[in-house]
Write a protein that binds this ligand. Structure first.
Ligand code: A2P
Length: 339
């Protein structure tokens, strides 16, 4: 059996990788429908060696669509995801709009694949926040063996998380630096200069002085593990990297652990790659793991400052595991088990 698949936001950084990931998975696509705004009139996407013209998203776009992958921003999902579901498509939504809706499953296939069954509620499955996805993939083997009391995470997030124009801004600003025009460069996408800088500011600030990105990590982790007792606190930082999010993750487990057993558990965990041999310079960096769908873990060591403390360095490709790859993994399970 094969399926008609729409990609909403097909010209964006994530949309482009969704199409590429469908190809890489050899996903059974009968028809691919790339959708974007009127800004993309005349553009096309490449799929399996052919060119497919981009169509403008409208209320009738989903009439013969089986699966719709959305990554065109929260307001587009808010309006069009229910329309797509109403037309009979199953929506896999990469935006934050439906993630905390109790009738919408929030899925990381390595952690809570069975939640996909809840797509029947609204016809919508939410893809979690990019930083949350890679953290929970790394935490899953630790959670299963030792339980988790508390997590303190600091992120080092790539510009591509803010879209294609954000990546371009980093490049343009870097060029401006070498042309001695850095001081007068006015950023458009980021709130301050991102080249040669870091910004502790992703998404908007909330009443409690956390950013929305930080609170997403707190709430989504609990929802994915079905465990409100996990304490999470986050500081999310944008760094001048194009692709690949890194995280320093400090964990307090419930039960005592043996560090070599932790490494073995991470090595054997679904979707995890252990890269931990610092003396041979083996630890993951964004550049090295770019283009891969797994989550890479290194610098594993005991935190001696608390009982049962553990430090991890977790890196993944934010456009792939953090977005497109996770979405297509969900789609794959959906067709294998449910459609
Ligand atoms: P377009 O290129 O036509 O603006 P990114 O996250 O890289 O910025 O990409 C966002 C994606 O979402 C793009 O494909 C963009 O299309 C699409 N998009 C943004 N706003 C809309 C909209 N109102 N209707 C349809 N697609 C949209």
């Amino acid at each position: 059996k094969s399926y008609n698949v729409a990609v909403v936001g097909a010209t964006g950084a994530v949309g482009e990788d969704m199409i590429k990931t469908l190809e890489d998975f050899n996903f059974p696509v009968k028809k691919l429908l790339p959708l974007a705004s009127e800004r993309s009139i005349g553009k096309s996407v490449t799929f399996k060696g052919g060119e497919i013209p981009v169509e403008i998203l409208n209320e009738k776009s989903f009439e013969d669509i089986d699966i719709a992958l959305f990554s065109a921003g929260g307001s587009v999902s808010a309006k069009f995801a229910p329309i797509a579901a109403q037309s009979g498509a199953v929506v896999i939504d990469n935006t934050s709009y439906f993630r905390m809706d109790k009738d919408v499953p929030l899925v990381v296939p390595e952690v809570n694949p069975d939640d996909i069954a809840l797509y029947k509620n609204k016809g919508i499955i939410a893809n979690p926040n990019c930083s949350t996805i890679q953290m929970v993939v790394a935490l899953k083997p630790i959670y299963d063996r030792y339980g988790i009391k508390r997590v303190v995470v600091s992120t080092y997030q790539a510009t591509s998380g803010a879209g294609r124009r954000a990546m371009e801004e980093l490049i343009d600003e870097t060029k401006a630096f070498f042309e001695f025009k850095y001081d007068s460069y006015k950023p458009n996408i980021f709130p301050k200069k991102i080249a040669f800088n870091c910004l502790p500011h992703i998404d908007v600030f909330l009443e409690n002085d956390y950013t929305k990105e930080e609170i997403k990590m707190v709430n989504e982790t609990k929802k994915i593990f079905h465990d409100d007792t996990i304490k999470v606190t986050a500081t999310c930082v944008r760094v001048p990297v194009l692709r690949g999010h890194s995280e320093s993750v400090n964990v307090e487990t419930k039960k005592p652990f043996d560090i070599s057993e932790v490494k073995e558990a991470i090595k054997n965990a679904a979707g995890c790659v252990l890269m931990d041999d610092p003396k041979s310079l083996i630890y993951p960096t964004p550049i090295e793991i770019s283009g891969r769908g797994e989550t890479f873990v290194g610098r594993i060591r005991r935190d001696e400052s608390v009982e049962n403390g553990l430090n991890l360095w977790v890196v993944a490709d934010n456009l792939l595991k953090g977005a497109a790859y996770n979405a297509v993994q969900i789609a794959q399970i959906l067709i294998e088990k449910y459609l």
